[in-house]
Design a protein. Sequence first.
Lengths: 323, 320, 585
Amino acid sequence: MSVGAPGLLAQEDRVERAFETALPRSPWQLFRARLRADKVALAALGTIVALVLIAIFAPLVVKLAGAPGPNVQDRSAVDAFGTPLGPSSGHIFGVDPLGRDVFSRTVYGARVSLLVGIVGTGVAVLLGVTVGLLAGYYRGWVDTLLSRLVDVVLSFPVLLLGIGIASACSLGNGCVAGAVTPGVRTVILVVALVSWTSIARIVRGQVLSLREREFVVAARSLGASNRRIVLREILPNLTAPIIVYSSLLLPQTILLEAALSFLGVGVAPPTASWGWMLADAADNFDTQWWYMVFPGAALLLTVLAFNLLGDGLRDALDPRTER
Amino acid sequence: MAAYILRRVLWGVVLLVLVSLLTFAIFYVLPSADPAQLRAGRDASPATLHQIRVSLGLDKPLTVQYWTFLKHLVLHADLGYSYFSGASVGSLLLDRLPATISLTLGAVVIWLLAAVPLGVVSAVRRGTWVDKLTTGGALLGVSMPVYWLGLVALYLFANDIGKLPLLPGAGSYVPFTHDPWKWLTSLILPWLVLASTFAAVYARLLRGNMIEVLSEDYVRTARANGLSERRVVWRHGLRAAVTPLVTLAGLDVGLLLGGAVLTETVFGIPGIGRLNYDAITHADYPLIQGTVLLAAIFVIVANILVDVAYAYLDPRVRET
Amino acid sequence: MRRSANRALSLVSLCIAAAIALSACGSSTTTGGTGASADNGAGGHRGGSLTVLTSQDMASLDPGITYASLDLNVLAATERTLYTYAPNDPSNIAPDLAAGPPQISPDGRTLTVKIRSGVRFGPPVNREVTSRDVAYAIERGFNPHVANPYASTYYGDIVGADRATGGPIPGIQTPDDHTIVFKLTRPTASLLAQATVLPLDAPVPPEYAKPFDAKAPSTYANNVVSTGPYMYAADRGGRVLGTGYVPGRSVRLVRNPSWSAGGDKRPAYLNAITIEIGGSPTVSGRQVLAGRGLVLADSPTPELVKRAYLHNRSQIYFSPGAGTNYAALNTAIAPFDDADLRKAVAAELDRQQMRTVRGGAVVGDSGSHFLYPGVLGFEQAGGQQGTGVDFLANPQGDRALAARYMKAAGYPSGKYTGGQTVQIVGLAGAPDSDDAQIFQQALQDLGFKTTLKLVDSTVMYARFCGLPKARVQACPNVGWIRDFADPQTVLDVAFNGNDIFPENNPNWPQLNDPAINRAMARAELTVGTQQRANAWGTIDRMITATAAAIPWLWDRQPNIFAANVRCVPELWNQGHCDFAYTSLK
């Protein structure tokens, strides 16, 4: 976090305070009305939908644009000294030193970013919510143990932890007895492992106050099982903060994936990834600007869209926002 | 209060041990380069390799190795020797620390100086173009990958490769003691780049806090009592709104002192983050352990300081 | 110029090297241009200081350990070995610490060297060097605390060396202060005399170094003493670490007050040499081309080679014969235990493109066997024409031929359907990573599923390519460069089937061909330049025919320097400016 995501701590704080009072059960209509009125958030949502579609239909997009595939090495697009050619009608974003089309790679790069961003965030949220629920509901030694675990992870330099795990798991058959194979899965694991702690803290805090509320006490006195209380009574009340926090976490995980790839421990080549492209471009960005500008702009646009949507969701779900 | 601090410090020490254990597990148990092979030659026989392992203590069980490491650390403040360069880890850390401290402290000053006025103004003038510009810019700042921003900054302003050669570029860092002026100019670009992301986060946070605070009862009362708006904003509003920011700054400084890998990489600054990254790529375990521990110490100390400050202000905290 | 730590395996990146006389190279070089011409440096201006920029740290300052290119460069200015190469003559050894040519007994089993008198250690030792210091230097190479990488390869024939662990070796005798005698178990004295150009025999004062060597690992590097014209800046006690060497940051060389110019051929024009470590080659390279008093010790990026070649031709030097880069295919396990599959890969691979991403024709010739231009035996192995194997005939690859070999291997469609995923391990960082990806693409075009892992060179050799149990199937970024002017140093360790070790294995393709092994055993003992050229040239042909490794570049290492630097390239290394001969204009 020291490097990729300075925002998380701050956002955690915001989210926590925004949901100090749990939402009433059904504010969805209000939420939808508010979101519909938020043009910026809608535009961001539109952008994200477009990006997801581009990622899913990347082969089609590339074909329609008349570009070669992301791994096609066009020998003729590199001169005798190995200098790649810049934007031209044949390669609208230029090519990289291997003669691969930068447009095509930028389009395919969306796949890695979004996949790692969405799945990585999903895993982190799942992990964080589980830990937060257990710690907050059971309190006592469970809470102590889990909170201390969070402490340990938080005192680790997060990006370095990521680099370490990524380099360890990208050897041979991967790690954890082969469950985590090198490539995208490793990156997802790393991203999730370094991102789950903040959501665990938020959920724990919420659960601590929720478990004393009347409806929980009532359920308990009616003899409901712990499992039922946690899943049926408490969890639904956490939906709003979880949604908001996930949406704020998502752009951070995308940045983290790109940072890992930039440092050479992300997805394996030749898979196109924006972070990888930027790392490659760093060698000659002064003369081959196209190689740095296009993937960088794509990354910026994606993260910006998710941040805007996250802001919009937070405002729409925040019970105190006045309109 | 003393008991509280003591408890926090003790837990901090336990945390450090846990962090070192985790590092040991990740980088040692999971495959890393074999230091005996790093040292031995292309034709070294298995017997030679074995002798090197014995001389480095690598033939012992992992638990013994870890225990030896802890013992040396506690009794002699000795972190061991880099497998790669053979230099002592302590000396390597000391050598890199000034660069990281320079980078961090300069950046934190800049981001606070930028974020506080921007946050306040956009909160007070909500909805105006100033606010829109600030919030928009802040959002952009939050979304910008710091290394990309660094590359763009070098592309534009570095005096060796930039289009508008204004400032020293990558690899120009010199220690303060060497040449203060060069030190200053070489750090301007990295400071600005590193600070931009943080400034964006802080401005956003401050704006939100400020809006909340200004709607609180006591501020309204102050206003009703006829205090000037300026006084209300700066005296009452800012003080309350800025406190969480200071806390956050403490934690962020702690994190950054552990090394800002990306910024250090892009600008070629010989700091702790880069040292750790290089150690990982070389699978240089003692150096990995040293850098991770140093980073953890900074984080833990920052946390303790922040918590103690909080406890000092709010006695209820001490009880929990 | 990636350094590969102490374990040096070569790669172009590292180690030792050399090329034979320039004229030979000139005549055999077909493509590419040259930059500045090699200079012997005579008549340079005295004074001034040179700054060397490099992204890579030194592997070790210890002459008993180091084996990396930059280190050898530095040691050539700070140490005196028995024999050495003049910077512009990489094929004939010349006496340095030795007082005259090596005396080899008629049976080839005894080597006697007389040592020059009047050579003194630098501070803090300041005494005259004796034969005992040379003996100790070699003996400590066998000490596991020092663990010299090539001691057993080149000094292993000395009587008693097989049992040496740092103490006296019976086969090294010092009848007087100025004579050292090596007794050998095999008639290899002439090879040993040549091997003394490597820094292991640079004298080390035992009374000073023994306490350091008692530590595990030895800390002599932190306190190293010089005999050459330059020494590391050090504190009063001789401690270099922190003063003359800050790991990852800088090396500072100053004049050695104990050195006297008489009896040393090195002119030592410069007053001081500073090496600044850690800058990126992109930025440093530009600074070098535009600046004063600067040289770059890294390989310049293709972009910089192009710029220097087109606009600053006098500031770039292409060193001929800087090694062979090749892709090693693991012959021990599937799928490349099948020779036809290996040949298919060789035929498919666009070796010319692998060169293009490194800067094009100026940086070398697309290789077609392993003894590279300038090495003895190159012509005998087929020279520029190649050995005649069809799968290496076209540097751009031959798809039809590749398909034929696939058919021969039992894949009639021309695509691999064996289901084996090929693990490739290459070097991180352009242009090496680009080469790895071109290789990967060739495999994919043949229908192989692949995974590619890019790592640091140390990790690549120690964890993957040199570790048979890692079961890596292909290593596209390996390479070898000769240790001194003999073809054995190129082929023997890298392809000898008796050199396959469970770890630290330098025979990356794990080639174990009895016929080749037998031929090598004979060639090792062959005497006479022409005979050795024939013997090793034949072995090169045999190795090439197995397709266990695919040579893709005979490196012509580009080196760039500032306009006011009169660079004297070390042709025996990778053509970097020799600090002890280079001067400022």
